[in-house]
Design a protein around this ligand. Sequence first.
Ligand SMILES: C[S@@+](CC[C@H](N)C(=O)[O-])C[C@H]1O[C@@H](n2cnc3c(N)ncnc32)[C@H](O)[C@@H]1O
Ligand SMILES: Nc1nc2[nH]cc(C(=O)O)c2c(=O)[nH]1
Ligand code: SF4
Ligand SMILES: [Mg+2]
Length: 204
Amino acid sequence: MTYTVKEIFYTLQGEGAQAGRPAVFLRFAGCNLWTGREDDRDTAQCRYCDTDFVGGDKFADAETLAEAVAALWPGGGTPYVVCTGGEPTLQLDAVLVDALHARGFQVAIETNGTRPLPPGLDWVCVSPKAGTELAVVAGDELKLVWPQDGADPEALAALGFRHHFLQPMDCADHAAATQECVRYCLTHPRWRLSLQTHKLIGIP
Ligand SMILES: C[S@@+](CC[C@H](N)C(=O)[O-])C[C@H]1O[C@@H](n2cnc3c(N)ncnc32)[C@H](O)[C@@H]1O
Ligand SMILES: Nc1nc2[nH]cc(C(=O)O)c2c(=O)[nH]1
Ligand code: SF4
Ligand SMILES: [Mg+2]
């Protein structure tokens, strides 16, 4: 199948339990919770997105796309690719996961959790959005952007995730959001703080 990809870049994973790990980011175009148009933001199901996922380039098949990902790995270590977007579950399929595995990659996903996952993923990060229904109720990490009206951290903590992170919402009052996360983690110590470290140090 054809894949529409916004961008592919090599950087450090900035967030969650794998923060600091070198990774190729494969950012798919499109999302099921927002068009990506600023005009639609206030009526979208997800309204706080920090990412441009509109447009991008087409890749004719999984082999071509996996080659483009592999070309960015410098050699050594365990190759790691983070599939994100936009919402990667709209496009990422078993054929592409297999093509990435065939090139030695561990395959991670960043997803809003509203759609089923392809088989074979090595790391699953779900970031739930208030008001949506989760199709993915277990995985490696749950990363809740906080504070988020309508989201219930304790209900989410009862699901089958190994790690639980609160990530301050990047918004007009980022400092207040960060303090809210700190306060919540201190009073509910199952949760840990995830900072978007790439933004702090100015890398992609
Ligand atoms: C851009 S999303 C793409 C993947 C997927 N659609 C999702 O929402 O998980 C990547 C990560 O950034 C987080 N994120 C998006 N906007 C954010 C914001 N304004 N502040 C903090 N984290 C944000 C998401 O919750 C998700 O964990
Ligand atoms: N460095 C870096 N780490 C990230 N972790 C999740 C990201 C995403 O946009 O999905 C992201 C990103 O955009 N950059
Ligand atoms: S679900 Fe993810 S990609 Fe879609 S609008 Fe929300 S944060 Fe952005
Ligand atoms: Mg990002």
